[in-house]
Design a protein around this ligand. Structure first.
Ligand SMILES: Nc1nc2c(ncn2[C@@H]2O[C@H](COP(=O)(O)OP(=O)(O)OP(=O)(O)O)[C@@H](O)[C@H]2O)c(=O)[nH]1
Ligand SMILES: [Mg+2]
Length: 219
């Protein structure tokens, strides 16, 4: 759910990288952050949770997009893949605007991918979000590895209807292509939901102001 920050004149969107343990989520984020202009990106935040790490950072797009005079900012999160971390996954996925599902293409990792896929859907549902309503892009990662499942087979197994990027996060191959697609889709849907401009959430904000000193409003 996009957040309109009137104090900063920004709209914030949350993109979450999901997928099996060891599939390459953190590698994606590290690659992106490393290559972004430091002036446009925020600090990398690492949150220790139940023996694992959730990492996140935010950034302003290189080509600034203005929505009714507001800048756009994206927050990228990784969800730890381990099965025992369901509670963390649920928290990270709350308010999500778009998902990158990172698939470990190695044949032996199929069961882990499937379990992560169900875990992601379950976490969305527990947040009251219907999984079909959230934009999702698949990245079939580790294409450099022998014994990878063919992309057509992965499309079929996941029932993928949108794009799926063949990636190698270790070298950065298709990492930005994946990110560009999901940020573009999130912005497109946000624009489509606005008519004709950002709603005035002042009334909503004042209701929330006692609960939230920072004045964050939801759209
Ligand atoms: N060969 C190869 N290795 C990769 C690729 N992407 C990531 N890796 C490696 O896979 C390992 C796990 O990557 P991570 O990015 O930590 O995986 P993760 O999805 O964040 O894992 P969890 O946080 O445990 O859920 C690391 O050693 C990476 O270097 C890839 O495209 N090819
Ligand atoms: Mg990780």
């Amino acid at each position: 759910m996009a957040l309109v920050r009137k104090d900063r004149r920004e709209v914030q969107f949350k993109i979450v990288y999901c997928g099996a343990p060891g599939g390459g989520k953190t590698t994606n984020l590290e690659y992106i952050r490393h290559r972004l202009d430091p002036a446009l990106r925020g600090d990398l935040i690492s949150i220790s949770t139940e023996g694992s790490r959730t990492i996140c950072f935010d950034f302003l797009p290189i080509h600034e997009t203005l929505i009714a005079g507001y800048r756009t900012r994206f927050q990228l999160y990784t969800v730890p893949g381990q099965r025992v971390l369901a509670q963390t996954r649920r928290s990270v996925l709350s308010g999500v605007d778009g998902i990158v599902f990172v698939v470990d293409s190695i044949r032996d990792r199929w069961e882990a991918n499937l379990e992560a896929w169900h875990g992601c859907r379950q976490a969305l549902e527990e947040n009251g979000i219907h999984p079909e309503t959230v934009p999702i892009v698949y990245q079939y990662n580790k294409r450099d590895q022998p014994n990878s499942l063919p992309p057509e087979e992965l499309d079929e197994r996941f029932g993928v209807r949108g794009p799926a990027f063949l990636g190698c996060a270790a070298t950065g191959y298709q990492v930005f292509a994946t990110l560009d697609w999901i940020t573009g889709e999130v912005l497109r849907r946000f624009h489509a939901s606005l008519s004709p401009e950002i709603p005035d959430t002042r009334e909503e904000e004042s209701k929330r102001s006692t609960a939230n000193a920072e004045g964050i409003a939801c759209v």
